[in-house]
Design a protein around this ligand. Sequence first.
Ligand code: ATP
Length: 441
Amino acid sequence: MTVVGIDDTDSRERGMCTTYVAARIAQRLRTDESATVSRLLLVRLNPAVEYKTRGNAALAIHTNCAPDRAFALAREQLEILSETGDERTNPGLVVADGDPSESGVPDDVSRFASAAIRDRLEIADAAALLERHGYRSWHAGNGRGRIGALAAIGARSALSEWTYEYISYRESDRWGTPREVDRESVFAAADEAYPAVWDTADRGEGETVCVPHTPGPILHGIRGDDPDAVRTVAERIESEPVADGRLFVTNQGTDVHLRDGSLETVEDGRAYRLEGRVVSEPETRRGGHVFVDLASPTDAPADGGPADDEPESGERLVCAAFEPTKRFRDRVRALRVGDRITACGEVSRGTLKLEKFAVRDLVRHERVTPTCSDCGRTMESAGRGQGYRCRDCDTRAAKKARRRLERDLEPGWYEVPPCARRHVAKPLVRGGFDAPTHPER
Ligand code: ATP
């Protein structure tokens, strides 16, 4: 078995797409070399990496072609197809001998793949491993693409959870022109195959999520848990002519980028699942972005929110639901000081960009300035540490009163809608969560 890993062929402005390059290499392996291609792997790497064009994808092709032939053919295709006119495109190719599953991949290559999904790596890290294992490799530009290419080689053994995407490609003379895809057929096919097929469309926003807006060769990509179901949905969509279609095995929709962490230990450029207590009222700022602060969940006050004048201490982490997360922001706005949640998302410049959160414990009461039992008016402070009093009636109360809060949230998981989903983030409808879920579709 031979594994061909490739990455970094496309440009935001000029187009192209590494999945397309992989599909072309697979095609040529079959036609020119009479080889069998057993699998195309589409691996989403750390979404926080700043060098990415869009979705930080790397590709691996599993074939029985001889390594030297596969290398020559893949290199030729990369040289033809990579958009190296963009100085930020730095293609890389790595070819390895051996079974891509656990037994055939060295431990350090598996670990490299895991690190590429959850951490930031250096080009030198990839170069050192390539040398140690004697893998054939080629690169252009600064060679950064070798990071993703090597990660794609190690991914099959490093990861255990896989999903599918069936990608349909456009005829090349249409690239860069508006896509002709019948919306109704997308919604109908999506409805029929849900939940085995997910994130095809966003009903709430009326968006056909499976159809990209970029200038590249993809017409649509259908994601799901079942290879036959994603293919069937793709076939049911009415559109301009489809030039070609390919099934990819992927780590999309698996949350494999998340690591368990704590507020005290978060670092930029990584994605976390962490526990926290809401310590600020959610605030909507310019641009419609919603922010809320979390503190460590330990020594949280009892139901009713923070006690009078309770000083907040310890680490705080700002969490954000940005405008593109649309209706998810209403969920974040519904949080109250004192709620306990599990927050998931990438930390960038000290802010956690929320992808999903679980409500663990909801505050059901709030503390309010007491009202006078005689006249019904709101009391005033009677001075520092002396409680409250009604100036007119001279009634007194030692502390704030508890008032029941109506809540728009329930315990369990909430998520961004499909239109705002990161490729690697797990949709709630896929299941396996530790609390009830409130899936978006
Ligand atoms: P597309 O989704 O359209 O294929 P992309 O978003 O995958 O584009 P690339 O053009 O592949 O973006 O650029 C990502 C670059 O970052 C590649 O060179 C890849 O090797 C590198 N890279 C990926 N993961 C890491 C990481 N964890 N640390 C450092 N570099 C990384």
